[in-house]
Ligand binder design. Structure first.
Ligand SMILES: [Zn+2]
Length: 361
C-alpha cells in the first residue's frame, strides 16, 4: 500500500543485487562441453491467465493454429524466466543503461550470465542463447473452459509517480500475488474510462499445461540459475507485511498482473542430462546416453544445484521471496490509487512512498 492507505499498490520495486556483475565469453554451441539436456515440467494456473492476441478492442488466448487450443508461447515463458534470472542472477538490464554496472552487454566475448543463457543482440553481434522453451500445451480432454467477456481496464496510463520509485538505487518491478482473485471476476469496469475497457477471454485457474525446456553447454552456475528460476523454492519462510509466512514461491505470467492475473505454479517432472562422457553421449542413441532424474531424485538434484541461491539472503532475495510467496488466506486488497475527474491521489500525495512489503511499514 502507499503509506497511510489501507489497500496495497499492485507492484513493488525490488532492489537489484549490488555485487559486481561478472561477464565472460560463453561456451558456444559447436563445443561439446558443459551440461546439456532437457527439463519436462507442468504449469498450472492459480489465478486466471491470459497470454493474449488482439481481436479489435478485445483479447483472447493465443491458440494453436491446428488444434485451436490455447497455448503458452515459448517466447512468453522464456521472457518470464529471463526477467526473474536477471534479478536472481545479477544479470544486465537490456532496457536501461543508467547504471554502468548493470548496463546491457554489448560485447559477445563478455556476456553476463543471463545473456549467456538466453541470448543477446547488439548492433551486428548476436548470440543465440543456450536455453530453448517449447510451446506450452494444454493437458486435458476436449477444450478448457474460458472465463469470457471480462471487462478490464488494461491500459491505465499513469505518469511515473517518483515517490514510488527510489531513483538513487536500481530496482525492478514485481507484482504481488492476489489470492482473493483465484476465480475472478477480474475487475468491474469504471464507467468514466469506458473507452479504455477491453473484454478478455481468459484461461481459468486450475488448468494445466506441459512445458519443455532444452539447454546446451551450460556452466554449473548457469544451470543452477536456470533450475532455481524454473522451480523457485518450496516450503520457504519469508516475512510479508511484518509477519512470518511459510509456503511456496510461484511465478507471475502474462497480462493483467495488476489485477491479480497470471499466478502460476511450475512443477519440474523430469530432468534428462546427456552423459558427460562424450564417447557414451554420441555412441548410444538408444536412451542410454541420458541420465534421468524423476520424483525424489529430481527434487534432491534441484535442491543440491540451487543451494547457493536458496541460501542467499541478500535484500534482493528477501524481497523476491516476500513478493513471490503464495499465501492462500491473504486477505489484502490490491488496487492502484484513485485517479479520476473528481480525485487524483497522486496530486494530493506527492512524496508519499509505498510501504515496505517485508515489514509493512
Ligand atoms: Zn547481459
Amino acid at each position: 500500500m502507499p503509506q497511510g492507505e489501507t489497500y496495497w499498490n499492485p507492484y513493488r520495486m525490488i532492489p537489484v543485487k549490488t555485487g559486481r556483475l561478472e561477464r565472460h565469453c560463453p561456451i558456444t554451441h559447436e563445443a561439446i562441453k558443459g551440461i546439456s539436456g532437457e527439463i519436462e515440467a507442468s504449469l498450472t494456473t492459480i489465478t486466471p491467465l491470459l497470454i493474449g492476441t488482439q481481436e479489435g478492442k478485445n483479447k483472447k488466448p493465443v491458440s494453436n493454429m491446428e488444434s485451436h487450443l490455447p497455448v503458452l508461447p515459448g517466447s512468453s515463458l522464456k521472457g518470464m524466466i529471463r526477467s526473474l534470472a536477471e534479478l536472481v542472477g545479477n544479470g544486465c538490464d537490456v532496457t536501461d543503461s543508467s547504471d554502468p554496472e548493470h548496463s546491457k552487454c554489448k560485447d559477445i566475448e563478455r556476456l553476463c550470465i543471463c545473456c549467456r543463457l538466453f541470448g543477446m543482440q547488439h548492433d551486428q553481434q548476436s548470440f543465440l542463447g543456450k536455453v530453448h522453451f517449447s510451446e506450452g500445451c494444454w493437458i486435458g480432454e476436449g477444450k478448457p473452459e474460458l472465463l469470457e467477456n471480462q471487462p478490464v481496464l488494461l491500459s491505465n496510463p499513469k505518469e511515473r509517480h517518483t515517490a514510488f520509485y527510489n531513483s538513487n538505487k536500481k530496482y525492478r518491478k514485481l507484482y504481488h500475488h492476489q489470492p482473493l482473485r483465484t476465480t475472478g471476476p477480474l475487475r468491474a469496469k469504471d464507467s468514466a474510462q469506458e473507452k479504455m475497457v477491453s473484454l478478455l477471454a481468459v484461461i481459468k485457474s486450475n488448468e494445466t499445461f506441459s512445458i519443455k525446456v532444452s539447454f546446451i553447454n551450460l556452466e554449473e552456475d548457469e544451470f543452477g540459475l536456470l533450475l532455481y528460476c524454473l522451480a523457485l523454492e518450496g516450503n520457504v519462510t519469508a516475512m510479508v507485511n511484518g509477519l512470518e509466512h511459510k509456503g511456496n514461491l510461484y511465478h507471475k505470467l502474462g497480462m493483467g498482473k495488476p489485477l491479480g492475473m497470471g499466478s502460476v505454479k511450475i512443477e519440474l517432472l523430469k530432468l534428462s542430462l546427456f552423459d558427460p562422457d562424450i564417447a557414451i553421449r554420441y555412441r548410444l542413441w538408444d536412451g542410454r546416453n541420458l541420465i534421468i532424474f524423476e520424483t525424489e531424485e529430481l527434487k534432491q538434484e534441484i535442491y543440491n544445484r540451487t543451494a547457493s541461491l536458496r541460501n542467499d539472503n541478500s535484500p534482493t532475495m528477501q524481497y523476491l521471496r516476500s513478493m513471490l510467496l503464495w499465501i492462500p488466506d491473504d486477505q489484502r486488497s490490491f488496487s492502484y490509487p484513485e485517479r479520476n475527474s473528481e480525485r487524483d491521489w497522486f496530486t494530493d500525495h506527492k512524496g508519499v512512498p509505498l510501504k515496505d512489503p517485508i515489514s509493512g511499514i
